[in-house]
Design a protein around this ligand. Structure first.
Ligand code: MGD
Ligand code: MGD
Ligand code: SF4
Ligand code: MO
Length: 707
């Protein structure tokens, strides 16, 4: 009989439990669900088909060195040994640091590193130890508004999530959980089962989205098709309405909050009547949502990428949290809560006192933990010569950050570009050295990032490496620590015989657990009791006075409040009929890294069309299937048009991560047609939100014409 071992997926937040099946030679032949796992999560097709990536003939197998100049977009690479590669990289890094200082070396970490416990922890050591402030992360493309918002509101990294199991009313803004499986919360994947149950028990889910998504079906709830980039005003109007109706949980707010009057003064600027036209949501509907939210026996507002990327993500997050707080739903059963965490300690962080430092592009703020510099200023910092070397860990900034053309041009100037990846992606194609990482079937792990964000049963799971790494692939944490050693930064690898789990073991010991103990448990999993909801105000709020900050002074100081009104007026003055481009995810793509899988690019899946409402198509004399040019002042791309009633008028959407060939080492992707929507996204000093550093990747004006 075939051998079977437990493991779990490391592609996105649910960390779905899996079973790996082996043949007699010890090769994995199949991944299947683990139906008896206590989480109850069901893996999606991406996790189940991960063997396509694991076995891809295009996998990186040994270190590579570029032999032609970077101005040539296609790399020529020669194979070399790890000692030579790390020796040469180390020498160059030390030379650059000696000549130009620590900031000459920059780091960009991509999304997959978040799902690799040892790399997640160890890269902090390398980056901090290097002394460089030039730290970039995919987080400024997805969620740093939430991290920053938590510091401002709660004084720590508390991230309350909706209590979907008990809520009666979910306001789900700018998210598509059916496809994305939730972000910044680890909800067992159940094909929308948990949302269907809200409806079935008499509750309600309301989606707010310019696109009617796969999540919004008759068994879940309807979509208010908001105009892109206007969520902040919708949320402010809800709060204002709740105040006007005397629906504020006054005692609760007085006990746990401060500066509520300033918040209420702010939202007074945005009554339903004023924001209705701008948001595209009827005044009566806004009023109804406000009444329903306040009256529900447990209500939760949740915002995700549609809000985060829209240019005012921090304010959007703030107002959504305030909606939860002032109605007494923050830290309440059926409202929002912070699930039990085994591994993470919350630290008090005062973001009002952060110093600045002088960079070649002006004064920049020293960032609190988890908030890197805005990725969109990376090209500027390279162009000025401040950054000379860039080390990329499992990321693809060339495609994932706004402004591909600027970034490509800037990368030509780098003296050293190193990419660690499992494939030679568009960024690796430009690198001087490409270092081959193991994939998640080739490495041991625990579900670190899910800890503290688990909406179902809180649990810690350990997995062995299912198979040893093939060829000369190395684990990311090892590569990270070898680079640390080259830079003379103390790291875990300095300890003899370490397996890289030292820090994790010491975190686990607080719960009387260890990797060894977990290994002996059923499913290698230890479950924890769910968090007592009332705990939020004692453990989740770490401002010195223990109160939730309702009107963060940093927002005022950074000009965000004024900026909010200025943007309102700009939007009011816009001519009718503009098209606003946003992003949406599909089931058959994961950021940029499934573009090279045959099953994800077959037939109609080959391309990433632009989706448009029929009225907008008619006004431009465009038809479904037309080849079109999409353009604005940032760039121009060509794609195919998909006309659909799912989009509201004035909103168009594309999936990011695609590119039009040009990556010869990715056999399937290079033969397929796609377009990088990030060529149309702004990339300049003013294209990110102050404080949160969030890139603007949504609600961007474009025009579309027939090609
Ligand atoms: N326009 C637009 N742009 C977006 C978004 C959007 O919605 N719209 N979304 C943004 C979001 S949410 C994110 S998170 C970012 C993602 O931004 P990035 O992280 O920069 O890009 P990815 O496409 O996720 O690339 C990840 C790379 O990691 C590699 N990889 C996979 N597993 C491993 C591993 O175990 N080790 C190593 N070393 N490498 C590995 C993959 O092969 C791939 O090349 O993109 C952002 N960009
Ligand atoms: N299949 C798949 N799953 C993924 C990923 C993937 O690439 N593919 N990526 C993973 C990653 S890295 C992340 S961060 C998560 C993200 O998970 P989500 O946050 O759920 O992201 P999306 O699915 O892109 O949903 C964002 C929604 O915002 C809507 N939107 C666009 N503009 C606006 C606006 O102005 N206002 C409002 N209210 N809505 C707007 C879009 O139509 C879209 O439905 O998904 C993860 N899961
Ligand atoms: S939902 Fe995410 S974690 Fe679960 S199997 Fe799919 S990709 Fe993997
Ligand atoms: Mo993301």
């Amino acid at each position: 009989m075939n051998k079977v071992k437990n493991t779990f997926c490391r592609i996105c937040e649910p960390a779905c439990p899996l079973k790996a099946h082996f043949n007699d030679s010890g090769d994995i032949i199949q991944l299947s669900p683990d139906p008896d796992h206590p989480s109850g999560g069901i893996p999606c097709h991406k996790g189940l088909s991960y063997l396509d990536i694991h076995h891809s003939p295009d996998r990186l197998n040994w270190p590579l060195k570029r032999t032609n100049p970077r101005v040539e977009p296609t790399g020529k690479f020669q194979r070399l040994g790890w000692d030579d590669a790390l020796g040469e990289i180390g020498q160059k890094l030390r030379d650059l640091r000696d000549q130009h200082g620590a900031n000459a070396i920059a780091f960009f970490s991509g999304n997959p590193g978040v799902f690799d416990s040892r790399q997640f922890i160890n890269q902090v050591g390398l980056i901090m130890g290097s002394g460089s402030k030039m730290v970039f992360h995919s987080g400024t493309q997805d969620m740093t508004n939430k991290t920053r918002g938590c510091y401002d509101l709660y004084g720590t990294s508390s991230l309350p999530i909706p209590d979907l199991t008990h809520t009666s009313y979910l306001l789900c803004i700018g998210a598509n959980p059916k496809v994305s499986h939730w972000a910044l919360m680890s909800q067992p994947n159940d094909a929308l089962g948990i949302l269907k149950k809200i409806r079935a028990r008499g509750g309600k889910t309301v989606f707010v989205n310019p696109r009617k998504t796969e999540s919004s079906i008759s068994e879940t709830g309807e979509t208010l098709q908001i105009k892109p980039g206007t969520d902040v005003y919708f949320l402010a109007a809800l709060l204002n309405e709740i105040a006007e109706n005397n629906d504020i949980a006054t005692e609760h707010v007085a006990k746990h909050g401060k500066n509520i009057e300033a918040l209420l003064n702010f939202v007074k600027l945005y009554p339903a009547a004023r924001v209705s036209k701008l948001t595209g949501i009827d005044e009566a509907v806004i009023k109804q949502v406000a009444r329903e939210f306040a009256a529900a026996d447990g209500a939760a507002a949740y915002v995700s990428l549609g809000v985060n990327q829209g240019g005012q993500g921090l304010l959007g997050y703030w107002l959504a949290e305030m909606l939860n707080f002032v109605t007494g739903n923050l830290g309440r059963k059926g409202g929002t809560f912070t699930p039990n965490s085994v591994l993470k300690q919350k630290m008090a962080i005062d973001v009002t006192q952060l110093p600045t430092f002088t960079s070649s592009v002006g004064e920049l703020q020293v960032q609190p933990p988890g908030i890197p510099l805005p990725s969109v200023i990376l090209p500027d910092l390279i162009e000025t010569g401040e950054i000379k070397a860039l080390i990329v860990f499992g990321g693809n900034p060339i495609l994932s950050v706004g402004g591909e053309a600027r970034l490509r041009k800037a990368f030509e100037k780098l003296e050293l570009l190193v990419a660690t990846d499992i494939m030679l992606n568009a960024t690796g194609e430009l690198a001087d050295y490409v270092l081959p990482a193991t994939d998640w079937l080739e490495r041991a792990d625990i579900n670190f990032v899910a800890d503290g964000l688990q909406g179902g049963v809180p649990y810690v799971q350990y997995t062995d490496a299912m198979v040893p790494p093939e060829h000369e692939r190395k684990e990311d944490w090892w590569i990270n620590d070898r680079l640390a050693q080259e830079l003379g930064v103390p790291c875990m690898l300095d300890r003899p015989d370490t397996d890289g789990f030292d820090t994790i073991n010491s975190m686990l010991s607080a719960a009387d657990l260890s990797v060894t103990k977990l290994r002996d448990m059923p499913h290698q999993t230890a479950t924890r009791p769910p968090e007592p909801y009332y705990d939020f105000y004692t453990t989740g709020v770490l401002h010195a006075d223990g109160k939730v900050e309702c009107y963060p002074p940093a927002f005022v100081k950074a000009g965000l409040i004024e900026r909010c009104e200025n943007i309102f007026k700009e939007l009011e003055d816009e001519p009718e009929g503009l098209l606003k481009l946003g992003s949406f995810r599909t089931n058959h793509m994961h950021n940029s890294w499934m573009t090279n899988l045959e099953r994800m690019r077959q037939g109609a899946l080959e391309r990433n069309p632009i989706h448009m409402n029929p009225e907008d198509a008619r006004a431009r004399r465009l038809f479904d299937g037309d080849e079109v040019r999409v353009f604005n002042r940032h760039g121009s791309i060509s794609t195919v048009l998909h006309v659909t009633e799912d989009m509201r008028q004035g909103a168009v959407a594309m999936t990011h991560g695609y590119t039009d060939g040009g990556n010869p080492n990715l056999t399937i992707a290079s033969a397929a047609r796609g377009s990088n929507s990030n060529q149309l996204m702004p990339s300049a000093a003013d294209s990110y939100e102050p404080l949160s550093n969030m890139s603007r990747l949504g609600a961007v004006t474009v025009e579309v014409c027939k090609l």
